[in-house]
Design a protein around this ligand. Structure first.
Ligand SMILES: [Zn+2]
Length: 328
């Protein structure tokens, strides 16, 4: 464990310096295609940085020390903006290499190359270079690998990304974090990665909070992986369960002995790239708590009310994120 170093956007840190960690957030995010709308909605680094700093800095009083930014390369990742946010907020940010799932990612380039021959080695080379040398000449190194799957299936394109991610993990030891769609494929993702030789203790299966069926969770955790309740606050929309149901499910899983496999975050987007979202005003009350402070202000008190102890909360928000990186 002593030898493990974690890549952050400002340099490497020791696992003991990670502290309380939000394991899946986005300082900035844009669906592929946003770039073409910049005549109307140009990239504004200054407001991106200001928004990020004003969001993260106040959370230090609650003990927040680190954030994993789960934005892969095809959805607006900008590691220099992340670095500036980290320096000004004094919160560690760990950035991602990897690609988003097929239907919402930018898959044309690799799908075209893949039509001419196997490119898993090329993608592996890219992931590894972003981890060991840095991203696009910045010297800023990725600390996690992000991949994802579609609703109800892992497509050929996504399988290619999982394969390259597994290869890069085995070479670098860097954890793999995932996107699942609409509460599906958690067990299948875990099985696929573990079957390719990935250490299950270094896998974070994401968006598990989109499904509150405990059997689905247990079928995923059976593979030894972490499961991330990482869309807290994003409730009642797009098929997402309500937080009240999630609190009860988390408390029940803790009661049944799964505390060492649980993680919590929000998948919040601090700045959307492109034009502002047209969110119907009726949805505002539902997502009023969809922000990184929700954990400290509402989730922890609700879990305590549900019988989760302070020690168990520390396990979930501090020890488990560290163990994801160390494999301890
Ligand atoms: Zn996300």
């Amino acid at each position: 464990m002593d030898s493990v170093k974690i890549n952050t956007v400002t340099g490497s840190i020791s696992p003991e310096d990670l502290g309380v960690t939000l394991v899946h957030e986005h300082m900035l995010f844009g669906f592929p295609g946003w770039e073409g709308d910049q005549t109307v909605a140009p990239f504004d680094r200054k407001s991106i940085v200001n928004n990020g700093v004003s969001t993260l800095k106040p959370l230090k009083t609650f003990g927040l020390k680190s954030v994993i930014d789960a934005t892969p390369s095809d959805t607006g990742r900008n590691v220099e903006a992340l670095k500036e946010i980290s320096e000004k907020s004094e919160v560690n940010i760990i950035c991602s290499t990897g690609y988003y799932h097929e239907s919402e990612g930018a898959c044309a380039y690799w799908k075209f190359r893949a039509s001419l021959g196997d490119v898993s080695g090329e993608i592996y080379e890219l992931f590894l270079k972003e981890i060991s040398d840095g991203i696009m000449g910045t010297g800023i190194k990725a600390g996690v690998i992000k991949v994802g799957s579609s609703k109800g299936r892992i497509t050929d394109y996504e399988n290619l990304m999982f394969t390259a991610a597994a290869m890069a993990h085995k070479e670098s030891g860097v954890p793999i974090i995932t996107h699942t769609q609409d509460g599906t494929m958690g067990p299948e993702q875990a099985k696929l990665l573990v079957g390719m030789g990935v250490d299950p203790k270094r896998i974070q299966i994401g968006h598990m909070s989109d499904n509150v069926d405990l059997e689905y969770h247990k079928a995923t955790m059976r593979h030894g992986v972490f499961t991330a309740w990482d869309r807290m606050g994003l409730q009642g929309l797009a098929g997402c369960p309500m937080d009240e149901e999630r609190y009860a499910a988390i408390a029940e899983l803790v009661k049944q002995g799964y505390v060492k496999q649980l993680l919590i975050s929000h998948d919040s987007v601090i700045t959307w790239l492109g034009r502002p979202l047209n969110i119907p005003s009726a949805a505002f009350p539902l997502i009023a708590n969809w922000h990184p402070g929700h954990l400290f202000k509402n989730i922890i008190p609700a879990l305590k009310q549900g019988g989760v102890s302070d020690e168990q909360i520390k396990t979930i928000i501090e020890d488990n994120p560290r163990r994801l990186f160390t494999g301890e």
